[in-house]
Design a protein around this ligand. Structure first.
Ligand SMILES: Nc1ncnc2c1ncn2[C@@H]1O[C@H](COP(=O)(O)OP(=O)(O)O)[C@@H](O)[C@H]1O
Ligand SMILES: [Mg+2]
Length: 1010
């Protein structure tokens, strides 16, 4: 029900054919093949037609498309069945198996590889190393098994010459934990003889063509298969594979799987021994027989790690136990010698193959599995077994292979019918019987105890005396003469397609096959002289020894006859069928479109024949018997609910079943369906088509609708996210703000009681939002802190502090020394400590001045050197009061020389140096230039800062006017009588005190060097 494929590609499920006839079936198969649709369903069975070309339908993207999907959701594919098997295994803990059948070259082995590839790809998403390694070994084992078990035949360049059943074990988690390979009936006769144009097993050619010179030399081989009798036939055959590169791949695969280097060497030594054996020639003169190539015998002995004379002896004699318990050595005839050699070569190869398989099994077997701990261990089996073979000359091998296919067909019939029947029963729907050809009768013909062909063969082998193939045929004729599926020339004398005493024919379900009885007995007996077994067991090569445990027995101990090849094979096939029967089967039915390996040719007759004997038409009929299509109610509802208003988008009914009924009723299909307990059964595919059609018409609308809804949902989600982001951001910001407050509070708690009122505390960095706030708080704290300091200053010190603060601000750090560290006495001329001789006189004068001029207090007083506009300098006293500025003559009892109101001062200039020069600027541009002198209190102390501070404080605080202070470099600018003058400062040696000198554009203040 793959809706992804249009009808132009034919019907993707044969149950959808309008009529189940061979014509329609073939038409659909052909159409699909021509359109490159190689897979088609019959229900859950995949019919595959070998495309004989690379198809772009495998690999990663395809695997993803099928992963976890239902069969009908994608075009038919092996992957879909693999997934169904895997799902059944994983979801329902069912052991499942995938049975791949079809004739040689129909694509079974390729199919099994794709199935393995799929299972490997979808498991172990966690890339766990131990699981990966199991998968790796499972995948790599293919390459090794193909090398040793496949050969070029006329039908298939890479024909599997053995049957393979591989179990993959899974843990409860659906991860592969190990596996097991069963191999069936290796066609070992191919080792010694091949049909025209065919080859022996790939391994020989790969070794000869791909082995390094060194390897070949150590094996005494040359790189030409034409030189060896056993490989001569196929030496010239062209193949689609490259032996050289394949050899490299096999070596790598052996290593990956875990074969040790000595083991690999042993394997190649055995291959070489077989090639050498083939080249041995026997010659007899009627009595004694001898080996013509002693050198080759030596090589064989070396390669098998045995003694040359022992090898020679085993080739020429056989040890026989006489009736009396004695042992005698009997010499071979020439013919027996050759027979023994070939039997030995075949057995060597067969055991080598068996050993390789068991070695792989050792490595991949599930280890340390504890069902209690790991849950149920489930299995998927993949069966890739030789298909039905009809050759011109059909031998014992074809007999076995075709018997095997009969058994599998029987299983197919049983399981498919059983399943179908079971399903109807479970769902409570009446079952209608369908006629199909039951091949049990043919199976019985071959395997029935005491009467079947195998039993007749075995009896003939057991018989004493000389029993020949012809005698055996006679006994079959007499025993099975009446069987409808058995005939021979003797039984139908008019049939010239068979020879007397040579041919018998079985009417297999897949067609009539004429077997040639020649060689049946020998092959069934599978005789190998004991001497070879003992020879090999006594090899000092441990690998070889391990392959031949039965060589341990002494000649007299071997009493029981070994089971015959046919019986052994029958038993293994019965076991296989038992194994498959308890699993849920999935089928891949391979069809070979033509004999020419052509990708375009659809050989109608051949295909029709295969379709007929594979029972595909019956399969379709069984599937359609009552109801072609069935689906679980919830699934059905899910798929078609958009076609009914009551069910879209969700129904309000009590159960899904009722909802499905609503859909069916709306479409008027109620006569065409049956309601099971869990599933809906639809009788005609047409109803389903109608539903599908309607569905695909509605899908684009739904897609648009869903897109709309989804886009809306996406947008809403984005919006919600943004909102959430903002909320989170807001909360976080608030938290940061609070956290900042908490932190400030914590740091500054108790700051009142600390000596520095928190001046030394580190403020926390504020969040960006609090930057401004933080600055203000810091400022507030400073103010508060300053207040605390200022509060404690006594009123008597207030003027001094004010003056200092004023000076600090006015000088703004430009003057280095400004006397801040000392007490500012302000009225130095009245200070007896500073001017002990003159202070009393000055106090007297100021008292008078105060009385007369009525000033409030002294702002500053002190001695100074003053220069006038005539460049004459003289010692003077400066008295600055809050009202007037006086210039006094200190030598004349402080006679007032000049006075002017304080408000005429407009600013002051000083230098940044230690000199005591001050220029008092006046509004009339007639500035006062002087250099302050210091008394006894401190001849070196700075008084400029004090004068500046006192003036600035007075002007700004009392008079509320700005009083500019200029701090210049060593040159100071002023005006005298309106003319600009500059005063430079220089030092001069030998000077007693600072003094002014006239210069070109003003004055120079000369300072004594210190
Ligand atoms: N799915 C496929 N895609 C491409 N080629 C295929 C496919 N299946 C089979 N073939 C071709 O057919 C050949 C025979 O297939 P194979 O699987 O060996 O047949 P069988 O195992 O049935 O004898 C392959 O070597 C390959 O060339
Ligand atoms: Mg094959």
């Amino acid at each position: 029900m793959a809706e992804l494929e249009g009808l132009e590609f034919g019907k993707s499920d044969f149950v959808l054919l309008d009529e189940v006839t061979m014509e329609q079936f073939m038409e659909n198969l052909k159409l699909r093949f021509e359109k490159g649709r190689i897979y088609t369903y019959i229900g859950e069975v995949v019919v595959s037609v070998n495309p004989y070309r690379e198809m772009d339908i495998y690999g990663g993207p395809a695997i993803e498309a099928y992963r976890g999907r239902e069969l009908y959701e994608n075009p038919p594919h092996l992957y879909a069945v693999s997934d169904a098997a895997y799902k059944a295994m994983k979801r329902r803990s069912k052991d499942t198996c995938i049975v791949i059948s079809g004739e040689s070259g129909a694509g079974k082995t390729e199919a099994s590889k794709y199935i393995m590839q799929y299972i490997a790809a979808i498991t172990n998403p966690g890339q766990r190393a131990e699981v990966e390694s199991v998968k790796n070994v499972l995948l790599q084992s293919n390459c090794v098994l193909e090398s040793f078990g496949n050969a070029k035949t006329n039908r298939n360049d890479n024909s599997s010459r053995f049957g393979k059943y591989m179990d993959i074990n899974f843990n409860f988690n659906g991860e592969p934990t190990g596996g097991h390979i069963n191999n069936y009936l290796l066609e070992k006769s191919r080792v010694v003889q091949q049909q025209e144009g065919e080859r022996s097993f790939h391994s020989f050619y790969q070794l000869l063509r791909g082995g390094s010179e060194e390897t070949l030399q150590s094996l005494h081989l040359q790189n030409d298969p034409g030189l060896y009798v056993y490989t001569r036939e196929g030496a010239g055959a062209a193949t689609s594979t490259n032996d050289r590169s394949s050899h490299r791949e096999v070596l790598r695969a052996l290593e990956v799987i875990g074969f040790s280097a000595p083991e690999v060497k042993s394997v190649f030594r055995i291959l070489a021994s077989i090639l050498h054996l083939g080249n041995l020639r026997f010659e007899g003169d009627g009595e004694a027989v001898q080996v013509l190539d002693p050198g080759t015998v030596d090589h064989i002995a070396e390669l098998t790690a045995t003694e040359p004379d022992q090898v020679q002896k085993s080739l020429l004699f056989r040890t026989v136990a006489t009736g009396g318990g004695d042992v005698i050595e009997k010499e071979h005839t020439e013919q027996e010698g050759r027979f023994g050699r070939d039997a030995f070569a075949k057995a060597l190869y067969e055991r080598l193959f068996g050993w390789i398989v068991s070695r792989i099994n050792d490595i991949i077997q599930v280890k340390n599995y504890d069902p209690v701990l790991h849950g149920k261990n489930t299995v998927i089996g993949v069966l890739d077994i030789y298909g039905f073979e009809i050759f011109d000359n059909n031998r014992f091998e074809q007999f076995c292979i075709n018997y095997c296919n009969e058994k599998l067909q029987q299983l197919f019939i049983e399981l498919i019918l059983q399943q179908e029947q079971g399903e109807y029963q479970r769902e409570g729907i009446a079952w209608q019987h369908i006629d199909y050809f039951n091949n049990q009768i043919i199976v019985d013909l071959v395997e029935q105890p005491h009467r079947g062909i195998i039993s007749v063969l075995d009896e003939a082998c057991l018989g004493v005396g000389r029993v020949t193939d012809t005698l055996c045929l006679e006994s079959m004729d007499s025993q099975l003469g009446g069987h409808p599926h058995y005939t021979s020339r003797k039984l139908s004398p008019t049939d010239k397609t068979m020879d007397f005493q040579k041919h018998f024919r079985i009417r297999h379900y897949a067609g009539d096959v004429t077997y040639s009885v020649e060689g049946f007995l020998d092959k069934n007996k599978d005789l190998l002289f004991q001497d070879f077994k003992r020879l090999m067991f006594n090899s000092s090569d441990p690998v070889l020894k391990e392959m031949w445990p039965d060589g341990q027995l002494g000649i007299t101990e071997v009493t029981k006859r070994p089971q015959t090849a046919a019986t052994l094979f029958k038993n293994s096939i019965v076991q296989l069928v038992d194994k498959l029967a308890c699993k849920e089967p999935y089928y891949v039915r391979c069809v070979k479109p033509n004999e020419l390996k052509s990708p375009v040719l659809f050989d109608e007759a051949r295909c029709r024949h295969q379709v007929a004997y594979l029972g595909l038409l019956e399969n379709v009929m069984v599937r359609r018997a009552g109801f072609a299509y069935r689906q679980l109610y919830p699934r059905f509802l899910q798929r078609y609910k958009m076609t009914c208003e009551y069910t879209w988008p969700n129904h309000l009914m009590a159960s899904d079943r009722e909802a499905v009924e609503a859909i069916i009723t709306q479409h008027g299909f109620h006569d065409d369906v049956a309601y099971g307990h869990t599933k809906l059964f639809v009788r005609t595919p047409r109803s389903l088509f109608t539903l599908e059609q309607e569905r695909s018409n509605l899908i684009p609308i739904l897609v648009l609708f869903l897109q709309k809804v989804w886009r809306g949902a996406l947008a809403r989600r984005r919006c919600r996210r943004m909102r959430a982001v903002y909320t989170i951001m807001g909360v976080y910001r608030r938290y940061k703000v609070k956290a900042h407050f908490w932190e400030v509070e914590r740091i500054f708690t108790g700051v009142r009681t600390t000596p520095d009122y928190g001046r030394s505390l580190q403020w926390p960095t504020p969040p960006a939002a609090l930057e401004q706030f933080h600055n203000i708080t810091v400022l507030l704290h400073r103010r508060w802190w300053a207040r605390q300091i200022v509060k404690n200053i006594p009123p008597s010190e207030t003027p001094e502090v004010r003056a200092k603060v004023a000076a600090l601000t006015a000088l703004s750090g430009e003057r280095k020394d400004w006397g801040v560290g000392r007490a500012w006495e302000r009225d130095y001329l009245a200070n007896v400590r500073d001017c002990p001789q003159t202070s009393s006189a000055f106090i007297r004068v100021t008292k008078e001045l105060k009385n007369r001029d009525g000033y409030g207090h002294v702002v500053f007083s002190g001695l100074c050197r003053k220069v006038n506009r005539f460049s004459r300098s003289s010692d003077r006293a400066l008295l600055v009061t809050d009202k007037l500025v006086y210039k006094l003559d200190p030598r004349k009892q402080f006679r007032v020389l000049k006075r002017f109101p304080l408000e005429t001062l407009t600013g002051v200039s000083v230098t940044s140096g230690p000199d005591q020069m001050v220029a008092l600027h006046t509004a009339v541009q007639d500035d006062v230039l002087m250099c302050l002198q210091r008394g006894q209190l401190g001849p070196e102390q700075d008084r400029v800062g004090e004068l500046v501070g006192a003036l600035v404080d007075h002007f700004t605080r009392t008079r509320k006017v700005h009083f500019p202070v200029k701090v210049s470099g060593p040159v100071l600018q002023l005006h005298m009588r309106g003319r600009p003058r500059s005063v430079a400062v220089e030092t001069r040696a030998g000077l007693a005190a600072a003094d002014f000198k006239k210069s070109r554009d003003g004055f120079v203040l000369l300072l004594p060097t210190v």
